[in-house]
Design a protein around this ligand. Structure first.
Ligand SMILES: [Zn+2]
Ligand SMILES: [Zn+2]
Length: 341
C-alpha cells in the first residue's frame, strides 16, 4: 500500500505547519519552533520557544517582542530543520521581510509573506524564487489597485508639506510605525529641507533601521516638543494612525493630516478616515505585480492568503489556468495597526 503523500506545508489551528521539519511559519499561537517572515504584529507574535528569522529582522523582533531564543539567517542560505531544508529570500515589504522557501524530498514550496515589487530604499529588494507551490498574499488582489511610481507620490507629499508650511499649518503624516514611517523618512531626504518629528513608536524602530545602515531624514522625538514654546508652524510630524485617537495630537494644531496607505487609492476610504489628503504608497504588491509574480514563480499550485483571497484564487484558476485555492482563515482580522497598508 502506498502512503498518502504529505503536504510540505499545511494549515493547523496554530498556523502554517511543516510536518517534515516540525516547525510553524508566522504562527498564531505559541509553538516550539517559529519561522517568522517579518516583524509586523500579524506575523510575529510573542511566546514561541525558538525564533528563526532573517538577519535584518532579528533586531526588530528583539525591539518589539524582546525575544531571547533565536537563530538569524543570511539571505538565501539553506538550513535543515528535521527533513526539511529552509531558506529566507527578500520580500521587499519592510526591512528584514522574507519569503520562506521550504524543500522536502525535492518539492519546493514558497511562502511569500507580505511582499512588494516597487523600489524601496528602506528595505532589501524582492527576489523572485521559482517553486512548485506558491503561497501568496493578496491584500490588494483586485484590479482597481495599481500603484503609481512611489517617487512621484513622495514628490507630491513634499509639495503638500511646503504648501501647508506656507499656510502656517503643521503637517501630520500618518504611517504605521514599522516600515511605512521609515520609507517616508528615507524618501523625503532631499525633498524636505527640515527635520521630522516622530512619535515614540517610530523613534524606536528608526534606531534599528539606522543601525542597519538605512539612511533616514533627521528626526526629533515628539516628547521634545515644548508645549509652552512650540516650534513655528509648518513642522512635519509623523505618527502611527492609532495616535490620532487620543489627546496626543492636540499639541500640533493647526495642522493638516494625511494618510500614507494603499487604501488611499480609494477616495471613499480616505474620506471616512477624516484625512485632508491621502498618499497611495503601499508596502504590498498591487494587482499587476501579484499576477506577474505568480506567473514568474512558475508554480503549478497557488494558495492565496490575506485580502480578497476567494476572488483572487478564482481569477488565477480561470484566467491564468493555474490550480489555486484560498486560505482565508490563516490570519486573524484586520486589528493589527500595520496590517494591510
Ligand atoms: Zn506586513
Ligand atoms: Zn500581513
Amino acid at each position: 500500500m502506498v502512503a498518502k503523500k504529505q503536504a510540505v506545508l499545511m494549515r493547523t489551528p496554530e498556523g502554517l505547519y511543516c510536518p517534515a521539519g516540525d516547525f510553524h511559519i508566522d504562527p498564531l499561537r505559541p509553538v516550539k519552533t517559529a519561522i517568522i517572515s517579518h516583524a509586523h504584529s500579524d506575523h510575529a507574535r510573542a511566546g514561541h520557544g525558538h525564533y528563526h528569522a532573517s538577519e535584518s529582522c532579528i533586531p526588530l523582533l528583539k525591539t518589539r517582542l524582546n525575544i531571547e531564543h533565536y537563530s538569524e539567517h543570511g539571505w538565501g542560505r539553506p538550513f535543515k530543520l528535521g527533513k526539511a531544508t529552509v531558506s529566507f529570500h527578500p520580500a521587499g515589504h519592510v526591512l528584514g521581510s522574507a519569503q520562506i522557501r521550504v524543500t522536502v524530498n525535492g518539492e519546493v514550496w514558497v511562502f511569500s509573506g507580505d511582499y512588494k515589487r516597487m523600489p524601496d530604499a528602506s528595505c532589501e529588494p524582492f527576489e523572485l524564487v521559482e517553486c512548485d507551490t506558491f503561497i501568496t498574499e493578496a491584500t490588494f488582489g483586485l484590479p482597481v489597485y495599481r500603484w503609481e511610481d512611489p517617487q512621484t507620490v513622495f514628490q507630491q507629499m513634499a509639495d503638500w508639506l511646503q504648501e501647508n508650511r506656507k499656510q502656517g499649518q503643521h503637517s501630520l503624516v500618518l504611517a504605521y510605525s514599522l516600515g511605512k514611517a521609515q520609507r517616508v523618512l528615507a524618501n523625503l531626504q532631499g525633498k524636505w529641507d527640515d527635520i521630522a518629528w516622530v512619535h515614540g513608536s517610530i523613534h524606536n524602530i528608526n534606531q534599528d533601521y539606522m543601525e542597519q545602515g538605512i539612511e533616514l531624514l533627521p528626526t526629533r522625538h515628539t516628547q521634545e516638543w515644548d508645549k509652552k514654546e512650540p516650534p513655528p508652524p509648518g513642522q512635519l510630524i509623523i505618527a502611527p494612525p492609532g495616535a490620532v485617537a487620543g489627546t496626543w495630537v492636540k499639541r500640533f494644531t493647526p495642522c493638516k493630516m494625511a494618510g500614507v496607505s494603499g487604501w488611499a487609492a480609494i477616495r471613499g476610504i480616505r474620506r471616512r478616515q477624516g484625512y485632508n489628503r491621502g498618499f497611495a504608497v503601499s508596502d504590498h504588491a498591487d494587482w499587476p505585480n501579484l499576477i506577474r509574480t505568480i506567473k514568474e514563480t512558475k508554480a503549478q499550485k497557488v494558495w492565496v492568503t490575506h485580502g480578497q483571497s476567494q476572488l483572487f484564487a478564482r481569477y488565477i484558476r480561470e484566467e491564468l489556468g493555474i490550480e489555486a485555492d484560498a486560505w482565508d482563515s490563516l490570519y486573524g482580522g484586520d486589528e493589527a495597526e500595520e496590517q494591510a497598508t
